[in-house]
Design a protein around this ligand. Structure first.
Ligand SMILES: NC(=O)N[C@@H](CC(=O)O)C(=O)O
Ligand SMILES: [Zn+2]
Ligand SMILES: [Zn+2]
Length: 432
């Protein structure tokens, strides 16, 4: 057992403080630090110039295990998460087998505990095998050791409105939430990139904004009708932001997430024909990017979620139409949020703590995460250096996959340390 003393950290609100981490919790915070204990080592960390954030929580991670251990495993994905400053991730259900039973979600949860890099909260599938036809055993997953509260067919849309309604009704019994991947399948058959003038010019089939917006509008209405919680995954268009804003104004229990790549990158990158930039939903226009940033700033978008979607090179080193959708993102998320939201003056660090820790923990009903940095709270802490600058090197990742869209880009900031219940998982930027 070791106690940790963090000296001169800047808290999200701007004040500078020392923190003592002991027995898994924050034992003291402020200028007056807890005295060392007899027989217990005390490790001191100089945090001058570093921001201390509550440990980040990802509401949307693909860990690929079971089934695609060539792309990622729970061990490697959570190592990447810890390096990105995360202390908890929600593991999406589109594995093989699909996480649609108590057995599979318990397996993923157990693998997370064994790896020990961060907490793994499995997401349960809404429908059996993501087939979109029959509801999965939602109650059994909720009651399992994995305590599932978030249900999603992510990768696929729960397109049948009657099934979506029943899922929304069902999860109320255990305070669950349906996280919808909003994509009307009939409007996106063969779709490859954002629909617009550019998709025509590049000869890649267009993916219209309305395919996302129509489902979000429908689901907001359904959630209001049955009085349930709805969460919208990876919002990517200005129209989607408008619809979520409208639903919130109505007082409906709707939350939404945006991904770092949709906050920074645009569909212009498709002109490279480099499938690294192929993602679902697709990169959109500069106007959409601006609307997402504004929505995140004013709270219409509750959460930044990574949608970390690792793919091995053989699924990406091919022609655009044949390539898999998805980008990695755990190790770059905080830097992209700094670049797009903090350095632009749209969000302060307290806002980052809310969008990347408190809100995702609340939506996922993850007790023990997303708590403010205060005495007695679990010592889940990320130390971040906002003055650092790095050039993204895709080979220097804990992930098994290299499909980062930021390769070669200069990004601000660096995660220096991550503590999970008082135990360092990352120190000096490297896994412990
Ligand atoms: N985002 C993606 O492009 N891909 C995700 C699925 C998803 O999040 O819809 C994946 O599992 O690879
Ligand atoms: Zn999705
Ligand atoms: Zn996803």
């Amino acid at each position: 057992m070791t106690d940790h003393l963090i000296v001169n950290a800047t808290l999200p609100g701007g004040e500078v403080a020392d923190l003592v981490l002991r027995d898994g919790v924050i034992a003291s915070l402020g200028a007056e630090t807890a005295a060392p204990r007899d027989g217990v080592a005390l490790e001191t960390h100089d945090a001058r110039g570093l921001i201390a954030l509550p440990g980040l929580v990802d509401l949307h991670t693909h860990l690929r295990e079971p089934g695609r251990e060539d792309a990622e495993t729970v061990e490697t994905g959570t190592a990447a998460a810890a390096r990105g400053g995360f202390t908890a991730v929600h593991a999406m259900a589109n594995t093989d087998p699909v996480a649609d039973t108590a057995g599979v979600v318990e397996q993923v949860w157990r693998l997370g505990t064994e790896a020990g890099h961060c907490d793994v909260q499995p997401v349960g599938a809404v429908t059996v095998g993501l087939g979109g036809e029959r509801l999965a055993e939602l109650g059994a997953m909720a009651d399992s050791a994995a305590r599932v509260r978030v249900f999603s067919d992510d990768g696929k849309c729960v397109a049948d409105p009657a099934l979506m309604r029943r899922a929304l009704e069902y999860v109320r019994a255990f305070d669950g939430v349906v996280a919808q991947h909003a994509q009307e399948p009939r409007l996106t058959e063969g779709a490859q990139m954002n629909e617009g003038e550019l998709s025509g010019r590049l000869g890649l089939q267009g993916w219209p904004a309305v395919a996302e917006e129509a489902i979000i509008a429908r689901d907001c209405l359904l959630a209001a009708h049955v009085g349930s919680r709805l969460h919208v995954c990876h919002v990517s268009t200005a129209g989607s932001v408008e619809i979520v804003r409208w639903a919130k104004q109505k007082g409906w229990d709707v939350t939404a997430e945006a991904c770092p790549h949709h906050l920074l990158l645009t569909d212009e990158l498709a002109a490279t024909y480099d499938p690294t930039y192929k993602v679902n939903p697709p990169l959109r226009s500069a106007e959409d990017v601006a609307a997402l940033r504004a929505g995140l700033a004013d709270g219409t978008i509750d959460v930044v979620a990574t949608d970390h979607a690792p793919h091995p090179h053989e699924d990406k080193d091919c022609e655009w139409p044949a390539a898999a959708f998805g980008m990695t993102g755990l190790e770059t998320a905080l830097s992209v949020v700094q670049a797009t939201m903090v350095d632009t003056g749209m969000l302060d660090w307290a806002g980052v703590a809310e969008r990347m820790s408190a809100a995702p923990a609340r939506i996922g009903r993850l007790g023990g995460h997303g708590r403010p940095l205060a005495v007695g709270e679990p010592a889940n802490i990320t130390l971040y250096d906002p003055s650092a600058v790095r050039t993204v090197d895709e080979t220097r990742t804990a992930s098994l996959s290299r499909n980062t869209p930021y390769r070669g880009m200069e990004l601000p900031g660096r995660v220096v340390a991550t503590f999970l219940r008082g135990r360092p998982t990352v120190l000096d930027g490297e896994l412990v």
